[in-house]
Design a protein. Structure first.
Length: 83
């Protein structure tokens, strides 16, 4: 699960024209509703990464690091690893 601050999500998504669910609505309110509804499912993810407004490049590095750590833990038989 890539977890991001709602303000950053609103800023990023307001620049996108490819989000039909977010057109013509209060984007912040809709995102809050979606996140509240989806949070229980997202919380079941083996890996949660808080991106904290990082650049895509830094986020990609963080994702790779966490995936490598998760794979190493699973290969040692430690099951799921939450970050």
């Amino acid at each position: 699960w890539l977890k991001e601050d709602i303000d950053i999500l609103v800023k990023r998504l307001s620049r996108s024209r490819h989000r039909p669910m977010l057109r013509g609505v209060d984007m912040r309110k809709k995102l809050e509703q979606l996140l509240e509804m989806r949070a229980p499912v997202y919380a079941e993810a083996d890996i949660t990464i808080v991106t904290g407004g990082q650049t895509p490049q830094n986020s990609a590095r963080l994702i790779k690091t966490e995936l490598d750590r998760h794979a190493a833990a699973r290969s040692k038989g430690n099951g799921s690893v939450h970050s």
